[in-house]
Design a protein around this ligand. Structure first.
Ligand SMILES: NC(=O)c1ccc[n+]([C@@H]2O[C@H](COP(=O)([O-])OP(=O)(O)OC[C@H]3O[C@@H](n4cnc5c(N)ncnc54)[C@H](OP(=O)(O)O)[C@@H]3O)[C@@H](O)[C@H]2O)c1
Length: 281
């Protein structure tokens, strides 16, 4: 297979940085982006091109970034929408501004970036767009609803988008990871709403303490996570010829959580079936 050109968004740490290293190691060309380009200057040493990109920029600015990126190697074959952060806080206590900023990065930023590159991909009727969602799109976690909702929004946007793009020849890959050992849960990357109401304090403290314990002990190896996604995109490591899943789960915890959610949902549908069906005319 001829080398592909990857554009990876959010490569200063974690999965994004691993995507860059792994794609370069497979002989592909990679453009790495970060909000602060100084943080990824070292990626030039392994042969990646680097550029500044903030997914929360205006659509006009993202259109210019797309032009700049395409000019580097003359094309983009694989866009990896990886940028994201976690907003903590109960649904009630998270302010409108906190909800908006979370969606502005994780949802609108991801979709605007995608829309800025789509004219190029449509013009060649080819290409792959990878979206890094999360297993939490399937099962909302208390006091992390803002983040869970943002990843659920991406899940359903991609489900529709994939049906719009596949007839044109453009592939989408929604990746829903479990927990991976990255910088995601480190301050100041994640944000926390202020606890204002006593009713939520104990729950918030229990969940926060769980996440503090999780940080640094996540089961997922970010290098392996990036490698598995690249395997699928390139049809390597036993994935050639397999139909892509609507959601590519990465991580044993993601498999367990989503399997349980599906089993619980089927059980509840059966338990309530007669009642649910009692509304037909
Ligand atoms: N780690 C996990 O357990 C896990 C699980 C499920 C899903 N995910 C998802 O995986 C993706 C990567 O996260 P990670 O775990 O690798 O965490 P990470 O190490 O914190 O990396 C997040 C990346 O997103 C970038 N970013 C944040 N806001 C951005 C913006 N407005 N514009 C451009 N880039 C932005 C950050 O770059 P700068 O701050 O340097 O600009 C950073 O490079 C995220 O979408 C996350 O939600 C992670």
């Amino acid at each position: 297979m001829a080398p592909q050109v990857w554009l990876v968004i959010g490569t200063s740490s974690g999965l994004g940085a691993e995507f860059v290293h792994a794609a370069v190691a497979r002989g592909d060309k990679v453009i790495a982006t970060a909000r602060n380009v100084d943080r990824i200057a070292h990626l030039k040493d392994i042969g990646a091109a680097v550029m500044q990109l903030d997914v929360a920029a205006s659509k006009d600015e993202l259109d210019l970034k797309a032009e700049e990126a395409i000019a580097i190697y003359g094309t983009i074959d694989v866009l990896v929408n990886n940028a994201g952060y976690t907003q903590f806080g109960t649904v009630e206590e998270s302010s409108n501004d906190e909800w908006f900023k979370q969606f502005n990065t994780n949802v609108f930023g991801t979709l605007n970036t995608t829309r800025s590159f789509l004219p190029h991909l449509r013009s060649k009727k080819a290409g792959t767009i990878v979206f890094i969602g999360s297993m939490v799109a399937w099962d909302g976690v208390p006091t992390v609803g803002t983040y869970c909702a943002s990843k659920a929004a991406i899940h359903y946007a991609v489900e529709s988008l994939s049906k719009e793009l596949s007839p044109i020849g453009i592939k989408t890959l929604l990746v829903e990871p479990g927990t991976f050992r990255t910088e995601l849960l480190n301050e100041p990357n994640c944000k926390s709403a202020r606890t204002k109401f006593e009713d939520y304090r104990a729950l918030t403290e229990t969940v926060s303490s769980g996440f503090r314990t999780l940080n640094g002990t996540q089961i997922g190896d970010a290098r392996k996570g990036a490698e598995r996604v690249i395997d699928v995109v390139k049809g390597q490591n036993g994935t050639a010829g397999k139909e892509w899943p609507m959601s590519l789960l990465v991580g044993s915890d993601a498999v367990a959580v989503i399997r349980k959610k599906c089993e619980d949902t089927l059980r509840q549908v059966a338990e309530w079936e007669d009642f649910s069906k009692s509304t037909d005319l």
